[in-house]
Design a protein around this ligand. Structure first.
Ligand code: 3PY
Length: 249
């Protein structure tokens, strides 16, 4: 049985005071969440606050990016060891916003996944197709290539130590959501792809759905057999909404 994971992706949002209010709200409501594991992936400057406010809450802290290199002269970068030092359990790798705006290739993403695992964190590896690709019937081809692009570099065994998030690019920040059936179909495709290499890992691996999951649609999405949680954008910025999604998990 896979325990659902609901992870907030705050993206580039939050000040010290808004983050303090949001984290405190999530911590105080977390007791009402029976089953799901909860994580919040905050911007780097808020990790320090997150570590302090989430201590002993059972809620995991995560980051949204990591450097491919272990340390040294990489101005502006943050290493996996630094994230671990700040209490991070999770790190988002390969979000479509990073693929699109920062030119992250499968090679870079594979390195980020690899250094994160080596440092003891669990990467959340994001994959997803654009609207054009879906309309051209290329969804499986694109997602298959994104998974291969990482698996061929770091090996199937690493998939035992990561989570996958299916995030259709057309559903990110648009308010559009994949229907539960559309999402389930892609999740099955991803699980089968992992099963081609290892049936045991495929059975265990959590595949989250991301892309405008919100309080109103979470229950239906999360009731699908192969949707093992959510990576939550905008709705993770409102404690009550995020908690409703966590309760649906
Ligand atoms: C969204 O829901 O918009 C996301 O990108 C989650 O990562």
């Amino acid at each position: 049985m896979r325990r659902p994971l609901i992870a907030g992706n705050w993206k580039m949002n939050g000040t010290k005071s808004s983050a303090e209010a949001l984290l405190s709200g999530v911590v105080s409501g977390a007791a009402s969440v029976a089953k799901a594991e909860i994580a919040v992936c905050v911007p780097f400057p808020l990790l320090y606050l997150g570590e302090r406010l989430l201590a002993d809450s059972g809620i995991q802290l995560g980051a949204q990016n990591v450097c491919t290199e272990p340390g040294g002269a990489y101005t502006g970068e943050v290493s996996a060891a630094m994230l671990v030092d700040f209490g991070c359990r999770y790190v988002i790798c390969g979000h479509s916003e990073r693929r699109e705006y920062y030119g992250e290739t499968d090679e870079i993403i594979a390195k980020k996944v690899s250094v994160s695992i080596a440092a003891g964190m669990k990467p959340i590896l994001c994959v997803g197709e654009t609207l054009q690709q879906r309309e051209d019937g290329l969804t499986e081809q694109v997602i298959g290539a994104q998974i291969n692009g990482v698996m061929s570099r770091i090996g199937i065994d690493a998939f035992d130590r990561l989570e996958i998030a299916y995030e259709p690019v057309w559903a990110i920040g648009t308010g559009k959501t994949a229907s539960p059936e559309q999402a389930q179909d892609v999740h099955v495709f991803i699980r089968n792809k992992v099963a081609d290499e290892s049936a045991a890992i495929a059975e265990k691996i959590r595949i989250l759905y991301g892309g405008s999951m919100k309080a109103a649609n979470a229950r239906e999405l999360l009731s699908q057999a192969d949707i093992d949680g959510g990576l939550i954008g905008g709705a993770s910025l409102v404690a009550d909404d995020f908690l409703v999604i966590c309760q649906a998990g």
